[in-house]
Design a protein around this ligand. Structure first.
Ligand code: CAA
Length: 314
């Protein structure tokens, strides 16, 4: 199965940087890293340089491998875009630079992702795979936004004929991407078999084992993980046990590398809340209702490791 000749990664946060790194280092694919915010790109690339230097110092990769991986990555931000900073211009720029697969790793918000998929559908070649690293948002819905992106006068039926929605797929990586061995691949209702196979081949080339999940809220991974994290937060809220004892129970009693509260901080409390809201709204099942404490912490701007404060201080 053919790998992408040029991959574009949208969003230079912790997931986007990790995906760009494994695509370049493991799959040896040229990568264009796009983020609207240039400071996010420089921060992310700085972190990537540190990871590569650590791998070299530990003898995991050679210095030449690290240099080649880094050289395969170019970045663009809205300010480096050829003209103004509206969404279509960056998408056209990715197209002009030969992008034949995109992995979107922007914030976990439906309106943001739909805007991105509309712009991609309008600009990219009709052979390009449009993948999302979403943790819980419906791939079928994003594929619908891609069809809408083909502009006025294009009916859903004719857009499907151009296999636009068929090119949308979920590729869900796990944080830290260079360390975690899994990629969950999610076909939407419209995803073609060829797109699914290309997505799986890409994940394998990045060094990942692949599982497949139906397009249900949270997919398999977060339909299991988020109630677990939420239950731990509810234990804290009801003072069943202290923060440290909740985490210690799972670490020492069950062999988890991190306790659920530490893991929630690591994922980001805003991301956990967004996923839990998607699960709750998508199922109307009370078992997915986000805890009040989680919402309050996000209101306070305590987002976990990335903001310096969550259940722990950093
Ligand atoms: N990026 C890249 N590499 C990282 C990293 C990061 N953010 N953090 C740690 N690492 C690397 C370290 O560099 C180190 O690499 P080497 O073996 O080459 O030295 C390795 O991971 C181990 O790190 P440490 O020794 O510093 O610390 P540790 O042994 O405590 O491991 C951990 C850290 C890998 C994060 C481990 O605690 C762990 O596996 N935690 C659970 C993570 C997890 O469950 N992730 C999934 C979250 S859910 C998700 O991502 C999807 C979603 O939809 C929400």
């Amino acid at each position: 199965m053919a790998l992408p000749r040029t991959l574009s990664v949208i969003g230079a946060g912790q997931m986007g940087i990790g995906i760009a790194l494994v695509a370049s280092l493991r799959a040896k694919i040229p990568v264009i890293l796009y983020d609207r915010d240039p400071s996010q790109i420089s921060k992310g690339l700085g972190f990537m340089d540190k990871l590569l230097a650590k791998d070299v110092s530990k003898g995991k990769i050679s210095e030449d491998d690290a240099k080649a991986a880094r050289a395969r990555i170019v970045s663009i931000s809205s300010t480096s875009s050829s003209s103004s900073s509206d969404e279509l211009n960056w998408a056209r720029e990715l197209a002009e630079r030969g992008t034949d697969m995109v992995v979107e790793a922007a914030s976990e918000r439906l309106s943001i992702k739909e805007g991105i998929f509309r712009a991609l559908a309008e600009s990219l070649s009709k052979d390009a795979v449009l993948a999302s690293n979403t943790s819980s948002i419906s791939i079928t819905k994003l594929a619908g936004a891609a069809v809408d992106g083909l502009g006025p006068g294009v009916s859903r039926a004719s857009a499907e004929g151009k296999s636009c929605a068929g090119r949308v797929v979920g590729v869900h990586f796990f944080n830290p991407v260079p360390v975690m061995k899994l990629c969950e691949v999610i076909p939407g209702l419209q995803t073609s078999e060829a797109t699914l196979e290309r997505a799986k081949a890409f994940a394998v080339a990045c060094g990942k084992e692949v599982t497949t999940s139906k397009d249900v809220p949270g997919f398999v991974s977060n339909a299991l993980l988020m109630p677990f994290i939420n239950e731990a937060i509810m234990c804290l809220e009801s003072r069943t046990a202290t923060r440290d004892d909740i985490d210690k129970t799972l670490r020492l009693g069950m062999g988890h590398p991190m306790g659920p509260l530490q893991l929630a901080d690591f994922i980001g409390l805003d991301t956990c809340l967004a996923i839990q809201e998607t699960l709750y709204e998508g199922t109307h099942d009370s078992k997915y209702r986000p805890s009040i404490l989680l919402g309050r912490m996000v209101d306070a701007g305590w987002l976990g490791k990335k903001s310096g404060k969550g259940f722990y201080d950093y």
